[in-house]
Design a protein around this ligand. Structure first.
Ligand SMILES: Cc1cc2nc3c(=O)[nH]c(=O)nc-3n(C[C@H](O)[C@H](O)[C@H](O)COP(=O)(O)OP(=O)(O)OC[C@H]3O[C@@H](n4cnc5c(N)ncnc54)[C@H](O)[C@@H]3O)c2cc1C
Length: 461
């Protein structure tokens, strides 16, 4: 008899695992209460990256005069463009629906049974959905997370918003106050500013994106300021609204007034009230499910993946954890997750992509490393494209030249990080990276050149 697998949650942690398990011959049931694709598709990754795509296109208009592109009537191209927010959001909703139904079709095609509803555990091998009880040899919990709500700053869905509520806006906010300057806050602040809103960004750290590479976050902080965004240090104590707008009061008493507020202050896992602890699944003090590197929870036969585990809140990590869980549950070869090879990106303009170890981690681990940093502005292709910002930074082992990590800041850095991600995953050296041909002229030439600069000439005899 084939193994019975029940997966709770249809985001990347859940649906990728369902596909893997069904292809491996398991009898798979996936339970989802909201819609296939999870928050990743419905409210988080897909909608945010789609609104950012519109914002990014607008930046090309800013470069138009330098590139010799003018309006036929002589007017300035950038200032004559305007954003139709209703159209932007309706495009987003169409894309979300399409992506969600593509996932549904793939699951159906692969033989996964999908049940709509909210699941709860009735023991490590039994999942209940309304009146239906599902017996399972293995259960995967991939229930994700939701926006954290700070008391005194509760969203109303109209003027005080979480990121999941932005897509019903039919008009661009006149003055958006973004509370939180982590990845989500920075991405939305940057995007809405480029779309044409006035933006005030409230940062609790000393700079925007304080957990990213210090050069990268300093660069983005400068870019935001130069574009005219207002950056304010502090934490929001309360947010109130009336018919005309919002008032954000910071802990030090500063009052900020705007038309809308976006609360981007982190997430909390969807792990309460579903019988987890009663079934032996241990949670930490923040409600995150404790897992090991092969996605096992403390209850035998119960696995967990994605944002509900707090391992790293990325869709790619969720999917990897889910696949590993299924490999383990079904007796396939298992490679434990290695967070030292994860690539990630901040989708601001410019983008900030990173892979492997950060400089801070290298220092902490006491490793001998050298840094090579090259600005993109000196790259011939960048000059042709009118790109005058960004850089490539590579961390290589002082003796062996092994690539430990890298940061790319620039347009489509998310694409350019891939060769460096390959280098980190495969333990390649800076010489290996430099030895591969790059197209001339191309932005990737700077990656190769940065690696070449870390080459060491062996001392003779
Ligand atoms: C604004 C924003 C932008 C982001 N952008 C990126 C990005 O560009 N790249 C990236 O890699 N990551 C990004 N992330 C992170 C990414 O969204 C998450 O890491 C990813 O969604 C995690 O996937 P998951 O499967 O764990 O959970 P989710 O995608 O949250 O899915 C969990 C699903 O479980 C369902 N569920 C919960 N409880 C139950 C229950 N009891 N019964 C049935 N169903 C249940 C929920 O309805 C939900 O659909 C972003 C996050 C945010 C907030």
């Amino acid at each position: 008899m084939s193994s019975r697998v029940v997966i709770v949650g249809g985001g990347p942690g859940g649906y990728e695992a369902a596909l893997v398990a069904a292809k491996a011959g398991a009898d798979v049931t996936l339970v989802e209460r909201q819609g296939l694709g999870g928050n990743a598709v419905l409210t988080d990754v897909v909608p945010s990256k789609t609104v950012i795509a519109t914002a990014e296109w607008l930046t090309i208009a800013h470069r138009a005069p330098e590139l010799g592109i003018r309006r036929s009537d002589g007017a300035d191209l950038a200032s004559s463009l305007t954003v139709d927010m209703a159209q932007v959001n309706s495009r987003i909703k169409d894309l979300v629906r399409k992506q969600s139904s593509d996932i549904a079709a793939r699951l159906e095609h692969t033989g996964v049974r999908v049940i709509e509803g909210a699941a709860r555990l009735e023991g490590p091998h039994r999942v209940a959905v309304d009146d239906t009880a599902l017996e399972a040899d293995a259960v995967l919990l991939a229930v994700g997370a939701r926006p954290r709500i700070v008391p005194g700053c509760e969203p109303d869905g109209e003027r005080i918003l979480t990121w999941t509520q932005l897509y019903d806006l039919t008009e661009l906010p006149e003055h958006l106050i973004v509370v939180g300057s982590g990845v989500t806050g920075a991405e939305f602040a940057g995007a809405y500013h480029l779309l044409g809103s006035r933006v005030t960004l409230v940062a609790s750290g000393d700079r925007v994106l304080s957990r990213e590479d210090p050069d990268a976050s300093a660069h983005l902080t400068d870019v935001f300021r130069e574009r005219g965004m207002t950056l304010v240090g502090g934490r929001a104590a309360t947010v109130a609204r009336d018919d005309a707008g919002v008032r954000v009061t910071l802990e030090d008493g500063t009052v900020l007034e705007g038309s809308h507020a976006l609360m981007a202050v982190g997430s909390v896992p969807n792990t309460s009230g579903m019988g987890l602890e009663e079934a032996g699944v241990e949670l930490d003090e923040r409600g995150l499910i404790r897992v090991d590197r092969v996605s096992r929870t403390t209850a035998r036969g119960v696995y967990a993946a994605g944002d509900c585990t707090g391992v790293l809140p990325l869709a790619s990590v969720a999917a990897t954890q889910g696949r590993i869980a299924m490999a383990h549950a079904l007796g396939d070869a298992v490679t434990p997750i290695d967070l030292r090879t994860v690539a990630s990106n901040v989708f601001t303009v410019p983008e900030i992509a990173s892979v492997g170890a950060s400089e801070a981690e290298l220092k902490e681990r006491g490793l001998f490393y050298e840094v090579s940093r090259l600005d993109l502005a000196r790259n011939p292709r960048a000059k042709m494209l009118g790109i005058d910002e960004g850089f490539v930074k590579i961390f290589g082992h002082t003796v062996t030249g092994q690539v430990f990590g890298a940061v790319v800041v620039g347009p489509r850095a998310s694409e350019h990080i891939y060769p460096l991600s390959l280098a980190v995953a495969q333990h390649l050296t800076v010489d290996d990276v430099a030895a591969a041909f790059t197209v001339y002229p191309s932005l990737s030439g700077t990656i190769s050149e940065a690696a070449r600069r870390l080459h060491r000439i062996e001392a003779e005899g």
